[in-house]
Design a protein around this ligand. Structure first.
Ligand SMILES: [Zn+2]
Length: 250
């Protein structure tokens, strides 16, 4: 068999494989979209949890401050009772008043933090519900994907082996060109040359309709072991047996 015949056979297997895999593709796209959404929800969850922790640390700090102030106030109250002079009395009283004002400021700060934590907790609850719902969707998307993969697994394995066998007889450089074309054109790597007008020797690429000089046809007819790519769509050109028979007969 000629190189072109080998490539055509390889292309046939390649197209079957890609056809099968396209059945899985839509399930894969859906699964990936669901995964991304889940990831962004989880990221938001992490952000909220971090903010909650920061608020808790701040609250704890304010509470410690309040406790220190309370202890100091307690001591000052004793001092007040045992104050022997008016001056002592008023000094203690002044400090107590300042501390009480600071203490009420601290209470406000604690209240603000608590309110903020409550708001965060509400957001966390809603978010957790969202995550639970998304998880159900994600699980079924994953099951669907696995089922589709399983459906085609045997056939894909057979075709992959077949592709290896077909590729083994083709030179490495040609395989590289073929693989590139197959990748770029979703398995549609080869283009048959079509006859436009036999008398005027007009031919074109069957894939993109680019006019091909007659000598390209002649070259391909003469040496079926060279690869020629369409200058426009870059697919590997080949002459069908029908065209060959017709061109050679005259
Ligand atoms: Zn073309």
């Amino acid at each position: 068999m000629s190189l072109i015949d080998d490539l055509l056979e390889l292309n046939l297997v390649e197209r079957q494989l890609r056809g099968l895999q396209s059945r899985v593709n839509s399930a894969e796209v859906y699964f990936r979209a669901q995964t991304r959404q889940m990831e962004s929800l989880e990221q938001r969850l992490e952000e909220l949890q971090t903010r909650r922790k920061q608020r808790q640390v701040a609250t704890h700090g304010h509470e410690t401050d309040a406790k220190t102030i309370d202890e100091r106030l307690e001591k000052l109250r004793n001092d007040l009772n045992t104050a022997s002079t008016t001056r002592q009395y008023s000094t203690v009283l002044e400090e107590m008043n300042t501390l009480k004002s600071t203490r009420s400021g601290t209470d406000e700060l604690i209240l603000t933090e608590m309110t903020e934590i409550e708001t965060i907790d509400q957001d966390l609850n809603e978010l957790q519900e969202g995550i639970n719902e998304r998880k159900t969707v994600l699980d079924s998307a994953s099951t669907e994907l696995e089922e589709r993969k399983a459906e085609i697994a045997d056939r894909v394995a057979t075709l992959k082996t077949e592709r290896e066998v077909k590729a083994a007889v083709i030179p490495e450089s040609s395989i590289e060109i073929f693989n590139r074309c197959a990748e770029d054109f979703e398995g549609d790597a080869m283009a048959a040359i079509e006859e436009i007008d036999k008398r005027r020797r007009e031919y074109c690429c069957g894939s993109c309709n680019l006019n091909l000089p007659f000598n390209v046809v002649v070259q391909l007819l003469g040496a079926s072991d060279t690869i020629m790519q369409c200058e426009n769509c870059l697919r590997i050109l080949y002459v069908t047996p029908e065209l060959k028979a017709e061109t050679v007969s005259k």
